[in-house]
Structures are given as C-alpha cells and as structure tokens.
Design a protein around this ligand. Structure first.
Ligand code: HIF
Length: 288
C-alpha cells in the first residue's frame, strides 16, 4: 500500500515542451506601438545574431550555446548595448516555460520575428544549453565594428565560417530596425519599412545615391541624397557596394527576392547553430 502511494507521488516526467506554442507566445510580444517603429522584431533578430556571432570556428568557442550574454563581461560589451531591452522583453516567456534554455529562447525569438515580419520560415531546432557562469563568456571584440572595412568584415565572418555570398545574404537583415544614438552611436533606419522583411536593403543600396552624412556629430555614416536623407548605411554596409565580389551578390539579391530568402534562410540557420551540439533526435521545426 505504501509502495503504491509512493508511486502515485513520484514526479511525472515533464511533458516535452511544445516549441510551436512558445513561438506563438513570442509572436504576441512583438508589437508595441510605444516602442521604436512599433515592433520588438528587429531587436530580437539582433539579439539572436549577437548571441551567435561570437563563434570562432578554429577553437569552437563562442556561439549561441550557453547564452553567455546574461553575464557581465558579454552583457557589458559595447557591441551589445541595448540588447537588454530584447532580453527583458523575453523574460515572461522564460517564466512561463522554465524548461526552455535562454540560448534556445533567444535564437527562436529571432526566427519568430523574421517570420512574423514577412520573411522566410527558417527551420529551427532546440537543444542549446545555458552556461552557469561568466567563465564561459567568449573574449570581447569578436562582434564586427561598423566603422571598419571589407577586410574586417571578411575576418569576422570567415572566422565563423561564412563565405562572401553568405556574408552578403546575411547583411540584408539590415532591412530591419534602426540605429540608436544611445546604443551604437549611429542613427536612422536602413530602409523605409524597417519592420517588414523584404529585399529593400539591396534595392536601396544599389539605387540610392549614398553620401557621407553632413550635420551629424555621431560616428561617420552614409545617408541618401536622392531621397530625403532619412535612411542610412554604415561604413560596413557600403563595403557591400564597393567590393566587386560583394556587389555581384547585392545585385543578385536585389533582382530576386526569393533567391535572397533562400540564401538568407540557410545562412541565418547556420549562424544560430554555430558551435551547438544538438541531440541526435532534435527535429527541425518549421513555423507556419
Ligand atoms: Fe547589425 N547593426 N551589424 N546585423 N543589426 C545594428 C543593428 C541591427 C552591424 C552593426 C550594427 C548584422 C551585421 C552587422 C541587425 C541585424 C544584423 C546596429 C545599430 C549596428 C551599428 C544598433 C543600434 O544602435 O541599435 C555590423 C557592423 C554588422 C556586420 C558587418 C547581421 C547581418 C545584417 C548579421 C544581422 O542579422 C538588426 C536587425 C539591427 C536593428 C536592431 C534594432 O534595434 O532595430
């Protein structure tokens, strides 16, 4: 009788987490008329990318596994300024689904945001785990510096394992969001619809007349002259136009949005999986 009671009280195996439900709840958190251009989508994408973009192929350090941006050294890295906004916005999801790791949550939020803003369904899988201390933080300085040139851009992305076409394919994500003077020091969005995922980054880059912005006391950036000077490009974005190989891909993606969606989808999936050892049975989840 005692044994039967003990069996009844034994904790049940936790239900496997339904990531589609988590994704649906994240989608509910995107819109907010009082924030930026009305959506947390862009900053969720930046969080997923900065959590992943510290990866070093040579020694396997960095990457989204570990969610080390929760700890001082990485949270305080100037390159990550403003990402606390995205992390805090996602806290209620972590509270509702304690089983999900932060590392899975942040990358899933990026994928959900891209999909909800009209982009491709990027296959995503669970299995990242959270590090327990700041000792797992990658060294600072691994994320790109927007004031630098093509050599720097290639160094950073080759270190992660990306080639030229993948670099240009990723860069189109700057269709989303904007620069904030209190985060990066730069200002303005890249496009006129910064919460809609289209290939407008490439079409504008290729068609507008870009000039160093005058009457701006922040770090040197470019803005458009044909238009009203209300959209911008970072020095690293301009390299996509100035480097002959990069420019070829800018044209390819400006001419065919579907070709870009496919190239972006594979490159972004690769980015958020860098350095992660997934359980063998982890299925790809494709959001509808
Ligand atoms: Fe960004 N990026 N990025 N970026 N980024 C900013 C904002 C966003 C670089 C610099 C900046 C990628 C590559 C690079 C997004 C997504 C991606 C800002 C402004 C800077 C300075 C931050 C702020 O002030 O709030 C550099 C130097 C990159 C490599 C050359 C990726 C390809 C485009 C990998 C990528 O996916 C998104 C989204 C934002 C907008 C965030 C927002 O809050 O609106």
């Amino acid at each position: 009788k005692a044994a039967a009671a003990a069996e009844e009280e034994a904790p049940k195996e936790p239900e496997p987490l339904d990531y589609r439900k988590v994704a649906a709840d994240i989608a509910e958190l995107l819109d907010d008329v009082d924030y930026d251009d009305g959506s947390y989508g862009p900053v969720f994408v930046r969080l997923a990318w900065h959590a992943s973009g510290t990866y070093n192929k040579a020694d396997g350090t960095g990457g989204s596994n570990g969610a080390t941006m929760r700890f001082g050294p990485e949270a305080g890295d100037g390159a990550n300024a403003g990402l606390d906004v995205a992390r805090n916005r996602l806290e209620p999801i972590k509270a509702k689904y304690p089983q999900i790791s932060y590392a899975d949550l942040w990358t899933l939020a990026g994928v959900v945001a891209i999909k909800e803003m009209g982009g491709p369904s990027i296959p995503w899988k669970a299995g990242r785990t959270d590090a327990v201390s700041a000792e797992s933080c990658p060294p600072q300085g691994r994320l790109p510096d927007a004031s630098k040139d093509r050599k720097h851009v290639r160094e950073v992305f080759n270190r992660m394992g990306f080639d030229d076409r993948e670099i240009v394919a990723l860069m189109g994500a700057h269709v989303l969001g904007r620069c904030h003077p209190d985060r990066s020091g730069y200002h303005l969005p890249w496009t006129y619809n910064p919460t809609t995922f289209t290939n407008a980054y490439y079409t504008l880059l290729a068609s507008e007349y870009w000039k160093k912005e005058k009457n701006w006391d922040g770090p040197m950036q470019y803005s458009n002259r044909k238009g009203t000077g209300d959209i911008m490009m970072l020095p690293t974005d301009m390299e996509m136009l100035w480097d002959r190989t990069f420019k070829q891909y800018v044209k390819e993606f400006a001419n065919d949005e579907q070709v870009w969606f496919d190239a972006f989808s594979s490159a972004f999936k690769k980015l958020i999986e860098l350095g992660v050892q997934f359980p063998a049975e982890a299925p790809d989840i494709v959001l509808e």
